[in-house]
Ligand binder design. Structure first.
Ligand SMILES: C[S@@+](CC[C@H](N)C(=O)[O-])C[C@H]1O[C@@H](n2cnc3c(N)ncnc32)[C@H](O)[C@@H]1O
Length: 232
C-alpha cells in the first residue's frame, strides 16, 4: 500500500477520533441506519444469498455489522486505509469477525475477488473527481458481471448560493440531532473548505463512466445522495 497524503485521513488515523467515530454519522446523515437497511435490500435483489461483499472505506465496521446481522450467509472483505478505524471495526464486530476479512489499504490494494456486491458509504466524498473515478473503476473491476454497487456520500448542488444553503441545512440538522453548535459549524466549514463535493449529476456520471449501468438514485436527504448501479 502506498500512503496518500490527505488531511481527512489524518483525522481517521487518530485513535481517539476512531474510538468516538460510531456516535457521529447518524447525527450528521439523516436516516444513516436506514441507508444500511436500504443497501442490504438492494444487494439482496441482485446478489446470491451467500454473497461476498466488498466494503470500501470499511472503517468503524458499522455497515458490516448491520449487513452481517441481517444476512447470516454473507461474508465481507473490508478495505480501509486508517489502521485505528480497522482496529475499531475489529472490536465492534466481535464474533462476526469470522465472516469478515479486513484489509489495510485503498481500493486498488483490495484483493481482485471477484465479489458479488460492493458498497462505499460516506467515503467517496473524500476523493477529488479524478481519484473518485479511479477508485470507482478499481471497485467495479473487482465485481462479477451484474453485481450491484451501492454508494452514499455528500453530493449536492455546487452553485455558490445553493451550496451555501445546503451546507447550512447540513449544520442545522446536526444541531437538531444534538451536536454542539460550534462542532456543527466546524463541520460545515470543513466540508465547505476541504471536501471535494460534486454536483449529483457529476457523481452519477462517474458511476456510469466506470462501467455501471442502471445507475439509480435511491436516497436523497439534504447534502446526501445514494445510488445503486450494476456492473454491465
Ligand atoms: C466517514 S468514514 C465512513 C466509514 C463507514 N463506511 C461508515 O459508513 O460508517 C470514512 C472512512 O473512509 C476512509 N477513507 C478516507 N480516505 C479514503 C480513501 N482515499 N480511500 C478509502 N477510504 C478512505 C476513512 O479512513 C474512514 O474510515
Amino acid at each position: 500500500m502506498t500512503e496518500k497524503s490527505d488531511p481527512f485521513l489524518e483525522l481517521f488515523k487518530d485513535p481517539e477520533h476512531a474510538a468516538r467515530y460510531a456516535e457521529g454519522p447518524a447525527r450528521f446523515m439523516p436516516g444513516f441506519h436506514a441507508v444500511h437497511r436500504m443497501a442490504g435490500v438492494l444487494i439482496r435483489e441482485y446478489a446470491p444469498p451467500d454473497a461476498c461483499v466488498l466494503v470500501h472505506g470499511a472503517g468503524g465496521g458499522l455497515e458490516i455489522e448491520a449487513f452481517a446481522g441481517e444476512n447470516p450467509e454473507w461474508t465481507f472483505l473490508g478495505v480501509e486505509p486508517a489502521k485505528p478505524m480497522l482496529d475499531e471495526a475489529r472490536r465492534r464486530l466481535g464474533g462476526l469477525n469470522e465472516r469478515v476479512t479486513l484489509h489495510h489499504g485503498y481500493a486498488e490494494d483490495a484483493p481482485r475477488g471477484p465479489f458479488d456486491a460492493a458498497t462505499s458509504l460516506l467515503t467517496l466524498h473524500f476523493l477529488n473527481a479524478a481519484e473518485r473515478q479511479d477508485t470507482v473503476s478499481e471497485i467495479v473491476s473487482r465485481l462479477k458481471p451484474g453485481s450491484p454497487f451501492v454508494v452514499a456520500h455528500c453530493s449536492f448542488p455546487q452553485a455558490a448560493k445553493q451550496r451555501d444553503t445546503w451546507l447550512t441545512r447540513h449544520r442545522e440538522f446536526a444541531v437538531a440531532s444534538g451536536v454542539d453548535p460550534q462542532e456543527a459549524e466546524n463541520a460545515r466549514e470543513t466540508i465547505s473548505g476541504n471536501l471535494a463535493t460534486l454536483d449529483p449529476e457529476i457523481d452519477e456520471q462517474i458511476l456510469r463512466d466506470a462501467g455501471l449501468s442502471d445507475v439509480t438514485l435511491f436516497y436523497t436527504a439534504f447534502t446526501w445522495r445514494g445510488w445503486i448501479g450494476r456492473v454491465s
